[in-house]
Design a protein around this ligand. Structure first.
Ligand SMILES: NC(=O)c1ccc[n+]([C@@H]2O[C@H](COP(=O)([O-])OP(=O)(O)OC[C@H]3O[C@@H](n4cnc5c(N)ncnc54)[C@H](O)[C@@H]3O)[C@@H](O)[C@H]2O)c1
Ligand SMILES: [Zn+2]
Length: 361
């Protein structure tokens, strides 16, 4: 079990990473003194696979437990579901001092975090992420949100959890596609901050895809450290430092949207976005063609998409052009200067972007 401190001035907490550590969560929560009554927000599938282990551990440590389920899928990240949960918690909370446990992937984490931030102007919450994407990314950093019909994450807050508890044994029930989805974000961390870590992932692709616990603990721990460093340097995204986490995301989001969110999962679209961003970096003479090839090969070894298919280049460009930042004429891209280092560049011409996208058609 590894503990990674997140030393935020007013909101310090730990990220704990390990394998088969769910039973130890109760003891840690006792030390945190955040209340005796746990409200677990989860979905039926996650509860079915892993609910018993979580609940029995908490009860053994003397916590009372209430479970609130939401349907699986992004549609649960809505104001309607959030307010329904808040009402359920308020009714239950009358004689109690509750805290929330977000037990799920990024959807549950963002939703439960938002509920915790809004109810009574903020009650304590804990992230117990159950997807690889959530363990390496969404559970860390305190961005919580629900969606509106015309845009993702439009109602939200910065609200830090009191603990992140990442148990890689929970990942055993994920589909291969969900695992690869999270691995795309892992690759991103290597590219933006750490060539040595990139090499480790490259060497251990097969083990990671086979969910080898030791390799998983290593990548979740290391990714968490990199995200922690960025978040600590720029907690509320006011210093421009958090921008580096968007490597591959400008194009990735446009691909996701052009595919109407059903062609590509987020990580798959980001993988394509990273390929395109690397190609733009090469065109701007920031890196060598061999760097682009190394990234391409690595993403292919992880069986992440190699080509942008079923999505029109014209749609991707149209979506990017409609982006407010593009209209004002100063688009910003996180580009790589070799593996392990990135720089933000502004005003990339559409011709350069189009050429890079077409290289992966
Ligand atoms: N807050 C942030 O900083 C941040 C960062 C990145 C992404 N996000 C958000 O995260 C969300 C995507 O998260 P996600 O990729 O984890 O998707 P998700 O939460 O929808 O989970 C994917 C699927 O896996 C299932 N699942 C979860 N854990 C499982 C397990 N252990 N075994 C079997 N099935 C399991 C879920 O039921 C779901 O069907 C998006 O809403 C995105 O906006 C937030
Ligand atoms: Zn992402």
């Amino acid at each position: 079990m590894r503990s990674i401190p997140v030393p935020l001035e007013a909101n310090a907490y730990d990220i704990v990473v390990g394998s088969h550590i769910l039973s130890k969560l109760g003891a840690k929560l006792k030390n945190l003194k955040i209340g005796k009554d746990a409200v677990i927000i989860t979905n039926p599938a996650i509860r079915k696979y892993h609910g018993k282990a979580l609940i029995s551990g908490l009860k053994k440590s003397g916590f009372s437990v209430k479970i609130l389920e939401v349907p699986a899928g992004e549609r649960s990240k809505s104001a309607k579901v959030a307010f329904r949960l808040i009402e359920q918690i308020a009714r239950y909370d009358e004689l109690k001092k509750v805290f929330i446990i977000a037990f799920g992937g990024g959807v549950v984490g963002d939703l439960a975090g938002y509920v915790a931030a809004a109810y009574k102007r903020g009650i304590p919450y804990v992230q117990v992420p159950t997807t690889l994407l959530a363990q390496v990314d969404s559970a860390i950093g305190g961005k919580v949100a629900v969606d509106l019909a015309f845009g993702k994450n439009l109602i939200g807050a910065f609200y830090q959890p009191r603990l992140v508890w990442s148990d890689v044994s929970l990942l055993s029930t994920l589909t291969g596609r969900q695992v690869r989805n999270g691995l795309a974000e892992v690759v991103k961390y290597g590219v933006i901050r750490d060539a040595k870590f990139f090499k480790y992932v490259n060497k251990n692709c097969k083990k990671l895809l086979a969910l080898d616990p030791k390799s998983l603990v290593h990548v979740v721990e290391h990714s968490s450290r990199i995200k922690r460093d960025v978040v600590v340097a720029d907690e509320r995204e006011t210093r421009g430092i958090r921008t580096v986490l968007n490597f591959g995301h400008t194009i990735g989001h446009a691909i996701e949207t052009a595919g109407k969110y059903n062609q590509y999962h987020h990580g798959e679209a980001v993988a394509l976005g990273m390929r395109v961003a690397a190609h733009i970096s090469y065109q701007k003479k920031m890196c060598r063609l061999t760097d682009v090839a190394v990234l391409d090969d690595m993403l292919s070894s992880l069986a992440l998409p190699q080509r942008i298919s079923n999505v029109k280049v014209s749609d991707i460009l149209r979506i990017m052009k409609h982006d407010k930042k593009f209209l004002s004429g100063c688009n910003r891209f996180v580009l790589m200067s070799g593996i392990g280092k990135v720089k933000v560049l502004e005003n990339i011409s559409l011709a350069v972007i189009e050429k890079a996208i077409k290289a992966y058609q």
